[in-house]
Design a protein around this ligand. Structure first.
Ligand code: ADP
Length: 492
């Protein structure tokens, strides 16, 4: 089998494709969420640092103001003084606090309202100048975040900058700017990217391998089945495909296939049996014919002798014709090629008619035939076929009943069915034979009747079943036989 057309290959590729799509979406969402989380964290950190710084500076300032209480000084003077003092305080704070390990990576700048730097941490060389435009918006009271790339001695660096105004009496007193390099975020995201890129092919490949293995394990019974099926021919239909105990569709497939094999085997066997029986049945009349022709050809015979032999030959020829007709009828009934030509008919009249047709035969043997029926029974059926079936049974009843015997025919209704009973006081049949009498070419005891082929009852049964009816038999040797036929009727 071409590999890429195998179910195994298709399942594996499908597994891998589904996983690749899922992993890609999952990775994209994961990467996006982690990156957003890291940036948000950074912004929150910068915000809280800026808040902490302004609070710390204000606390220092309040403390130093209490030490030198120059409260009486005018607001302007106070502002000037404050500027000088304030710068000192801010510088002191930044100097001391920038040693804090939590602030090691954070760059701090404090500006006055003119944009001049009051104080800055040591590492501000990386920080870009605050742009004029940005500065104005901060002076107007709006905090802002910027991401800025700067080129410094330590190389190219991207910084996240938070600039926020600090108010005093509803006026902007000074501006705090904190910044942090984004390097750690870039490294974390890069690590995540690398991990995802490495994991992606490994996972997809591993799943592909697992998928291929699973598909192989699942389809192994199918492989076995294919191998067995290859060995099956008309001659060894007894072979069975192995049934896996998996209780799944494959087990069902194997069981169904085996049931089909059994049916086919039965059909083939019965076909073979039919051929054997047929040739056997043909052989007898043909051998008789051959013998008769050989005898006739041995010498010149008298007119009378020719007549006798030709008459006997004609009988054999008729037998062969009858056999051929019966076989043909059976074959047609079996193949359902000719479905019954159904039309409304009176079953009572049909059976009475058949009994009348057999009158000559029964009278010859002085057999009393009684016919009992209540009324007409209407049904849809094939008149010719049904008549042939009843003629067959009546013929049997006469054939297998000794002279001066009795035959009773009862036709009645039982619900939606017509019940027909054909009872004779004939030779009967042993119990163990009853199961076979409807088989083709089956004769109970070949010695008791040389005229029949053993096809009559199988034809009868096929006809009754084609009319959705049933046929049953009861019999006792030396006592007689009862055939019970049930046929669905149209009016009841
Ligand atoms: P056949 O042409 O030999 O009569 P059938 O198929 O009609 O073939 O019958 C099969 C066998 O059943 C017969 O050979 C016969 O032995 C037995 N049989 C059928 N009907 C009766 C009956 N009414 N009484 C006794 N035996 C019967």
């Amino acid at each position: 089998m071409i590999l890429y057309k195998s179910i195994r290959f298709k399942i594996t590729i499908l597994y891998m494709a589904i996983l690749a799509v899922t992993l890609t979406s999952f990775s994209a969402i994961l990467y996006h969420n982690v990156s957003r989380g890291l940036y948000n964290n950074m912004d929150t950190l910068l915000k809280s640092r800026a808040g902490g710084i302004s609070r710390a500076i204000d606390t220092y300032w309040e403390a130093s103001r209490l030490e030198s209480p120059d409260v009486a000084i005018s607001p302007d003077a106070l502002r000037k003084r404050r500027n000088v003092n304030f710068a000192n305080i801010a510088q002191r704070w930044v100097r001391e606090e920038s040693k804090d390990p939590a602030l090691v990576d954070i760059i701090v700048q404090v500006f006055d309202t003119d944009g001049a730097i009051i104080s800055a941490s040591k590492n501000t060389q990386d920080l870009a100048e605050i742009s004029r435009k940005n500065f104005i918006s901060v002076l107007q009271g709006r905090s802002r975040f910027d991401t800025v790339s700067s080129r410094s001695s330590s190389g190219k660096m991207t910084l996240r900058i938070f600039t926020t105004p600090v108010f005093e009496n509803d006026k902007v007193a000074y501006i705090v700017q904190v910044a942090s390099p984004l390097t750690s975020i870039y490294i974390a995201l890069n690590n995540l990217k690398v991990a995802l890129f490495i994991l992606f092919p490994i996972t997809v490949l591993a799943t592909g391998l697992m998928g291929a293995f699973l598909a192989k394990a699942t389809l192994r019974p199918v492989d076995h089945m294919i191998r067995t099926i290859h060995q099956i021919t008309a001659e060894n239909m007894k072979l069975k495909v192995p049934v896996p105990g998996t209780k799944d569709e494959i087990q069902k497939l194997a069981e169904t296939f085996n049931t089909m094999l059994e049916r086919l085997d039965r059909a083939f066997t019965s076909q073979r049996q039919l051929f054997e029986d047929l040739s056997h049945e043909l052989k007898t009349p043909l051998t008789i014919l051959k013998g008769e022709f050989e005898v006739i050809l041995k010498k010149i015979r008298s007119q009378q002798e020719y007549e006798v032999i030709l008459k006997s030959s004609l009988e054999e020829v008729n037998r062969i014709i009858k056999l051929a007709e019966n076989i043909l009828l059976l074959a047609r009934l079996d193949s359902k090629e000719v479905s019954p030509q159904k039309a409304p008919l009176d079953l009572t009249a049909l059976i009475r008619n058949a009994a009348n047709n057999m009158k000559g035969l029964s009278e010859l043997k002085e057999i009393a035939v009684s016919f009992n029926s209540s009324s007409e029974i209407m049904m849809d059926g094939d008149e010719a076929q049904l008549k042939a079936a009843f003629l067959n049974m009546l013929d049997n009843a006469i054939k297998y009943t000794q002279p001066k015997g009795r035959i009773e025919i009862n036709v009645g209704k039982g619900g939606p069915f017509a019940q027909i009973k054909i009872e004779d006081t004939g030779i009967g049949m042993p119990e163990e034979e009853l199961a076979h009498i409807f088989d083709r070419f089956y004769r109970v005891d070949k010695s008791r009747n040389s005229t029949g082929f053993g096809l009559g009852l199988s034809i009868t049964k096929s006809i009754i079943e084609a009319h959705n009816g049933t046929i049953a038999v009861q019999s006792k040797p030396s006592h007689g036989t009862i055939f019970t036929i049930s046929l669905p009727i149209s009016v009841y």
